[in-house]
Ligand binder design. Sequence first.
Ligand SMILES: [Zn+2]
Length: 322
Amino acid sequence: MKSKLAAAFTALACLACPAAWANEPVWDANKVVLKSEKLRDGVYAMVPANADQLSPKGVPLATTSGIIIGSRGSLVVDTMLNKRLADMVLNEVRRLTKGSPTYAMNTSYHGDHSYGNMYFPKSTVIIQHEETKKYISTNFEADTKFMMGAFGKGRGIEQIKPRTGDVLIPKGGMLQVDLGGRVVEIRDFGFAQTGGDLWVWVPDAKVIFAGNPVVTEKPGIPWLLDGRVQETLDSLSRVRDFLPADAIIVPGHGRPMPKAGLDWHIGYLTALRDETKAAVAKGATVEQAVSQVTLPNYQGYAIFDWIHKQVNVPAAYKELKK
Ligand SMILES: [Zn+2]
């Protein structure tokens, strides 16, 4: 799995980025600034400050985090890549609550969503999926090496020590966390990118924090780093069925969007599956499938050539060829 991800990022560095980025990470964790965006009373997204300008243009952005506050406690969604970014979130919690977070959770094992765990106070209870803890417990060293390759050295990854979950959510599980006057639900809707994918639903505010399975708004498209197009499609469809029409979705890397924004991702995955299936039925090789499944309506993402042609189509081909 890791080598596939590493190969994908190498391809990204070589092929998909403008020349000026060639030796630079997609976003620089030493430079990103997060701004706090209030969605409802006591519900905030910590969004990359350049999101309004760049996200609609399809430029990949840094991780988005969340803060949910009740009368007795608070919960942070995703702890970011390094100390600098984790501190931005922690400082905002302190500013809003005059205290430290009661809970922090990780939407996946990806380092930009979980490495910051170690910078949270000992008193903060860490919540993870069982699969996330399993992954970190067995792959941590290789994971940090890979992340340094993707995000650069000197970005604070060298200092990271693993801190795994105190409370674990099993496959298909759901945990209700009572923050006082507000119950938050942490849900597993099925495989959506890593197999340890957790979503945070705030029913009274109608806000859901998605993590990477909804990476960003249109024209961004899903990253099928571990393949499984049909399961991913099923899980996103379950989320769509679950959410009320006026829900707000906070993506893993971008600005909050209306529920209707999810149709774009489901539409892409459906087109990817159907057209790849048609190519397989005609006896296409994987290279032919890549050149045939062009999906012209979905090409606005700045890294489309990489994520669609080098990751998603080959993954869908392999799955549908079976
Ligand atoms: Zn991420």
